[in-house]
Design a protein around this ligand. Structure first.
Ligand code: FAD
Ligand code: NAG
Ligand code: NAG
Ligand code: NAG
Ligand code: NAG
Length: 517
């Protein structure tokens, strides 16, 4: 009996897999036309297709004639448009990729790497409402809003509330929360995704589900399991955090010839152990270490904390500036004071740079001699920069399985980042080569088995799904090579959730979570 029902369950699963419709792009386009008004659907033949697409592309690496772009862009203004796109896509065998802020480091929200398989994009940029409820310290925010719009919207309602998300103001809420999201208040409050208390999503059957409708596992997966795998999240309910009326910031430069190697070495011990109210991150570039710090309190406390924990850094009262929390958001986004808050609302309209990044997590301090030898890398042609974001505090106190983001016990995150404006292939090869070379050289000193990476700094060098391969039988085994660096032990649970909520792998991209079977 038990065996029979087990077999029946297996049969049901394989039916679900085999019912994926063969691709019929004509049928797909006419299905959209039947159910959506003009002005929502942009096919490659539409005059505005290039500008609609370009609006959300943030990386010039993926603006080439050879880049496979979407068959159709559905510029949704209502959740029902997303549902139509998913249902038409399922019925006619055309996959759908969600696009919120377009900052995906590999462009996977708007391009594929294999032109043989057409796909559509559901562009959420027009769905960006923000409703802040000061009384309950919560907000509903649509996925297409940017972090800048969210922070501005919160500060507009209360100077004493904030949100612990990332630094880039043009980053989309949809992709950011999907990948966890960390920023300058993480040591006090944890990840952005830790503050999601409800969400509304369109699943692989085109149903609109909230937290209760999704169930525990599905809700777990969308808070850090990476975008584009578990449905299209339309809206998120966030728990806001209290911020003081006045915060303190400083930025100090310590060049190589002013003990930067010593300071970096010591920083690894100090920064993850600082009190939760303070973060001290470092940007290493040229022959200089730039120490940037936010303190949730006043300068007197900030300078005293630094003097007590890290006197070698030599921070004085003159380095420190007091401001409101929202001014500190502007300060770190645009480097400087006196910038108008409205800058946070500027999402840009065209990609302005080429970029590539890789990431690491460090669990043991890196020896001084390694920092010392790293300086020569910053003198090379094509050199980029390193951003070191310390964890500890609240980050270290949340279980690595509480959300899909597993790297909470790390001392710090390293981002290798390169950007350039030159469109020549030589320039691009130099910058890409620099990032890959330094990343390779750091291998002995960073996390191992697997070497970790951050899914919000997506990196196809780690490996990729075969996007077009409809035989998905061993896709889980193949995907472990990049899935485990991002998610460690949580990868298996993510794949299990995937097999429950999207067994036919409709939401698939080059680094989406495959179903486990
Ligand atoms: C300038 C800059 C600064 C950054 N700063 C930080 C930082 O401080 N901290 C940090 O943690 N990260 C940071 N990031 C990384 C950023 O969080 C990720 O790149 C994030 O995934 C971008 O989200 P997006 O909506 O802009 O991107 P998109 O390209 O729109 O989406 C990214 C991925 O998520 C999927 N997706 C998008 N929307 C949805 C949705 N609504 N539902 C389901 N899936 C969706 C997409 O299909 C794609 O796979 C930064 C990136 C940049 C370029
Ligand atoms: C594709 O879909 C259209 C519209 O639904 C239909 O007329 C056509 O027969 C389909 N083509 C194939 C090959 O199934
Ligand atoms: C809030 O936003 C409105 C509309 O943009 C603006 O007029 C008002 O000055 C803002 N208030 C605060 C406190 O920022
Ligand atoms: C450090 O090097 C810079 C040039 O790279 C130079 O201008 C500066 O004077 C040097 N400072 C010290 C303290 O040697
Ligand atoms: C690079 O940009 C210049 C100026 O915009 C343009 O003339 C040239 O054709 C571009 N080259 C390539 C390889 O795209």
């Amino acid at each position: 009996m038990a065996t029979a029902s087990f077999l029946f369950a297996l049969l049901a699963v394989s039916i679900a897999i085999c019912t994926a419709a063969p691709t019929n792009t004509t049928g797909f386009v006419s299905c959209l036309a039947d159910h959506l008004t003009p002005g929502i659907v942009y096919t490659q033949a539409s005059d505005s297709y290039p500008s609609v697409l370009e609006f959300s592309i943030k990386n010039l690496r993926f603006v080439t004639p050879a880049t496979p772009t979407p068959l159709v862009i559905v510029k949704a203004t209502h959740a029902s448009h997303v549902q139509v796109a998913v249902r038409c896509g399922v019925a006619h065998g055309v996959r759908v990729r969600p696009l919120s802020g377009g900052h995906d480091y590999e462009g996977l929200s708007y391009r594929s790497i294999d032109a043989a398989c057409p796909f559509a994009v559901v562009d959420l940029a027009a769905m960006r409402a923000i409703r802040v409820d000061v009384r309950t310290k919560s907000a509903w925010v649509d996925s297409g809003a940017t972090l800048g719009e969210l922070y501005y919207g919160i500060a507009n309602k209360s100077a004493r509330l904030g949100f612990p998300g990332g630094v880039g103001p043009t980053v989309g809420v949809g992709g950011h929360l999907s990948g966890g999201g960390f920023g300058l208040m993480m040591r006090k409050h944890g990840l952005a995704a830790d503050h999601v208390v409800d969400a509304v999503l369109v699943d692989a059957q085109g149903r609109l589900l909230d937290r209760a409708g999704m169930g525990k596992d599905h809700f777990w997966a969308i808070r850090g399991g990476g975008g584009g795998s578990f449905g299209v999240v339309v809206s998120w309910k966030l728990r806001l955090v209290r911020v003081p009326a006045t915060v303190a910031v400083f930025t100090v430069h310590r060049p190589r010839n002013r003990s930067a190697s010593d300071l970096l070495t010591k920083w690894q011990h100090v920064a993850p152990a600082l009190p939760r109210d303070v973060i001290l991150r470092v940007v290493v570039q040229n022959q200089d270490a730039q120490f940037e710090s936010l303190y949730l309190g006043r300068c007197a406390g900030h300078v005293a904390t630094m003097g007590r924990t890290f006197p070698e850094l030599g921070v004085t009262r003159k380095d420190c500036i007091e401001m409101s929390w929202i001014e500190s958001v502007l300060y770190f986004a645009f480097y400087g004071t006196g910038k108008p808050a409205a800058l946070l609302l500027d999402r840009g309209s065209k990609p302005d740079r080429y970029f590539k990044a890789k990431s690491d997590f460090v669990h043991e301090p890196i020896p001084r001699r390694v920092w010392e030898s790293t300086w020569s890398w910053f003198l090379k042609d094509g050199a980029g920069l390193l951003i070191l974001d310390p964890y500890g505090g609240k980050m270290g106190r949340v279980s690595p399985s509480a959300t899909p983001f597993p790297h909470r016990r790390a001392l710090y995150n390293v981002q290798y980042y390169g950007f350039w404006w030159d469109n020549g292939t030589e320039a691009s090869e130099q910058h890409m080569g620099w990032i890959r070379g330094l990343h390779q050289e750091m291998e002995p000193y960073v996390s191992k088995n697997p070497r970790g990476a951050s899914v919000n700094y997506k990196d196809l060098d780690l490996g990729a799904n075969d996007y077009c391969d409809s035989d998905v039988a061993n896709s889980y085994e193949k995907a472990r090579v990049w899935g485990e660096p991002y998610f460690k032990a949580n990868f298996e649970r993510l794949a299990l959730v995937k097999s429950m909520v999207d067994p036919s792998d409709f939401f698939r991209n080059e680094q989406s979570i495959p179903p486990l079977r």
